[in-house]
Design a protein around this ligand. Structure first.
Ligand code: F3S
Length: 423
């Protein structure tokens, strides 16, 4: 791999042992990927967490060892300096405010806080969300990033035209300390053109429609790059967020084009570039119904937990939920968790939304989600969610039955305790 003089100096220790270890890791990683060189990045979103029981024995010896081991893959405890690149923390395992509600151990939250103090001091912005693009990290068109989290990566590439592969804890740790990442995969223009075609023959308008289309797309194209055309209504942050999260869950989609809507292609020709569609798929009313049915893993209509906010809710979504619950009361057998980034929760408090949701019996949670934390209220048997991604993962993780549907269907289930669904 070709290195610049500055990269050679980092490798040789000019900026200390931690940066040298980070550069050594990136060189080995890049060579394994057949990358010719590294690319500069000033936008890293990673997981610098100490919030799981398995980390505890390491954390007890100090947070430098946690970072060295988990984010730099080093057996030596290194002196961790300030990050070189703009870096943010993705979702964590524990809600800093509502940890007791999650049933978390007080020692775990103590450990998470110590770790946050350690990484915050070194310049990692503690967004603690899977949606950094909702709270201040919006990559610009063509910006080279080093992001983890599949729903964030597909949003960065597809919706924003930023450039990232799905990175890991170690590569984001090394990128944060060096401002470099291997130049391969979605960083290269030639790898960003479409190679599958999806024709949409049924109207796609609501958030649920977008989740269903995303789930269908991922199922069909797996890890390829779909170009999507047809009866597509209005697009916005919320809809593309749900589309991408679903496509990255049912398949491994990391990049897509909706010509005329997403930034890298005004036309199908631009979307395919020198490539062609190696396979075509039709999303029609029958396909939509099949995907909807696939996402239902429940048979019992008695619901006892509603999860809203996967990926984390925007402020508009929290406001809408508050408005729908205004003056109402959840069924006594039902608990509702509404997940959003902490920064958005603060706005929701100020806007009165949290008061309305809590008055109805719900909770507004931050920093984590049930699929990541693996925590739901004790005794829950049947969940309902408006997220195709959460419907895909949570029933298996939490060993519960799961219903998927629109926000309206979830709110109705919350108020009545009974799932009626959307079909
Ligand atoms: Fe985010 Fe958790 Fe969903 S990480 S995308 S809320 S599974």
């Amino acid at each position: 791999m070709q290195l610049t003089d500055a990269e050679c100096a980092m490798r040789d220790g000019a900026q200390g042992d931690a940066v040298a270890a980070a550069m050594d890791l990136l060189i080995r990683y890049g060579e394994a990927l057949d990358a010719d060189r590294l690319i500069e990045t000033d936008n890293v979103a990673g997981a610098f967490n100490a919030s799981t029981p398995s980390v505890r024995p390491i954390a007890e010896r100090g947070m430098a060892e946690v970072f060295s081991k988990l984010n730099l893959d080093s057996d030596k405890t290194l002196d961790i300096p300030h990050m070189a690149a703009r870096t943010c923390q993705l979702i964590t395992g524990i809600d800093d405010q509502n940890w007791a509600l999650q049933g978390a151990d007080p020692q775990m939250i103590e450990m998470q806080r110590k770790n946050e103090a350690f990484i915050g001091k070194r310049g990692i912005n503690l967004f603690a969300t899977c949606t950094p693009y909702q709270v201040g990290n919006v990559p610009t068109f063509g910006e080279h990033c080093a992001w983890m989290e599949s729903s964030a990566v597909i949003y960065c590439n597809g919706a924003l035209g930023g450039r990232t592969n799905v990175e890991g804890k170690e590569s984001t740790g090394a990128a944060a300390l060096t401002g470099r990442i291997p130049y391969w995969g979605y960083h290269l223009t030639e790898n960003r053109f479409g190679n599958r075609h999806v024709r949409v023959d049924v109207p796609v308008n609501t958030m649920m429609d977008w989740g269903l289309l995303g789930y269908f797309t991922g199922e069909q194209v797996e890890e390829a790059i779909p170009v999507i055309e047809g009866q597509i209504g209005h697009t916005d942050l919320i809809k593309l967020k749900h589309f991408g999260a679903a496509a990255a869950s049912s398949g491994g989609v990391e990049m897509y084009h909706i010509p005329g809507r997403t930034p890298e292609a005004r036309t199908p020709d631009e979307a395919f570039g020198p490539r062609r569609a190696e396979a075509s798929f039709v999303y029609d009313a029958a396909a939509r119904k099949a995907v909807y049915e696939m996402l239902q893993t429940a048979t019992d209509p008695k619901v006892d937990f509603i999860m809203l906010g996967c990926p984390h809710n925007s402020i508009e979504q929290v406001g809408r939920i508050a408005h729908m619950l205004d003056g109402k009361r959840l069924h006594p057998d039902v608990q509702m968790w509404v997940h959003t980034p902490r920064a958005i929760r603060d706005v929701a408090v100020r806007s009165g939304y949290v008061t309305l949701i809590e008055a109805a019996g719900g909770q507004v949670m931050s920093d984590t989600c049930p699929a990541i934390s693996r925590r739901i209220p004790e005794g829950v048997r049947v969940i309902a969610t408006d997220s195709a991604k959460q419907a895909h993962y949570l029933p298996a993780i939490a060993k519960v039955q799961g219903w998927f549907g629109s926000l309206e269907a979830c709110i109705e289930a919350g108020l009545t305790g009974t799932w009626k669904g959307d079909f």
